[in-house]
Design a protein. Structure first.
Length: 234
């Protein structure tokens, strides 16, 4: 869905979130919770258990984002991140291997010929690096901004402004691609453009309300969407 406010001609670099945008991690979290609740299957129908698991994980994401934002405001994010980095380093790498959303690799390959790329994620540095290495994505992303790269992370504009500086482009030439309201808020705060995808937990209604400028069913549709929109401008 294209809105008049999305200016395709201004885009020089695309900033990608990870979870729910490049990685199918949201579905994995739902699956893990559902497996933990298998003991309830004699009481609750499996389909209802799956719906409950998805609802629970999605509902928990809002307070989780609020907690990270509050930790940033209070200056408590570094101890929290250090804990998760240590926890991630102590585990086997494959434990953090969330599969790519189908169609991501051809999408990146097609768009890499026209745009610069960067990662801006609320993940810690360890798991972000593991995800990119395992899925052979390192070559696409010369700039990776994790939760601790800047003093404050999303929804603050700091990580997007940092990515713009590293890429050598103005912030208003960035397109932030993500699946949550947090991604939209960060983009707009930085003066960038926002495109949302429904492959994570964000709903169309809440993403539109947050002010995103375009919504796609999946990140894999991004190449065809931008190509078609670019051709319309020629």
């Amino acid at each position: 869905m294209l809105t008049p406010t999305l200016e395709i001609s201004k885009i020089k670099a695309i900033i990608f979130d990870v979870d729910g945008t490049l990685s199918d991690s949201d579905d994995r979290m739902v699956e893990r919770l559902q497996n933990r609740l298998r003991f309830l299957e004699g009481i609750i129908d499996e389909s209802k258990l799956k719906l409950f698991s998805r609802w629970f994980v999605r509902t928990a994401e809002g307070p989780g984002n609020w907690l990270l934002e509050t930790a940033d405001r209070l200056g408590l994010d570094h101890p929290i991140a250090a804990f998760f980095d240590k926890r991630a380093s102590a585990r086997e790498v494959l434990a953090h291997h969330y599969p790519l959303i189908p169609g991501i690799l051809p999408m990146l390959e097609a768009l890499s010929k026209r745009y610069l790329f960067a990662i801006v994620t609320a993940r810690n540095e360890v798991t972000t690096s593991q995800f990119l290495e395992i899925n052979n994505l390192v070559k696409y992303f010369p700039v990776v901004v994790s939760s601790q790269t800047c003093r404050r992370t999303k929804p603050f504009p700091d990580p997007l402004l940092h990515a713009a500086e590293r890429l050598g482009v103005p912030a208003d030439s960035l397109l932030m691609v993500g699946d949550t309201v947090t991604d939209v808020r960060a983009a707009l705060a930085a003066g960038a453009q926002s495109l949302s995808v429904l492959s994570g937990f964000g709903t169309e209604a809440e993403l539109q309300k947050a002010g995103t400028q375009a919504i796609l069913p999946s990140t894999s549709s991004l190449a065809s969407f931008l190509t078609e929109a670019h051709l319309e401008l020629i």
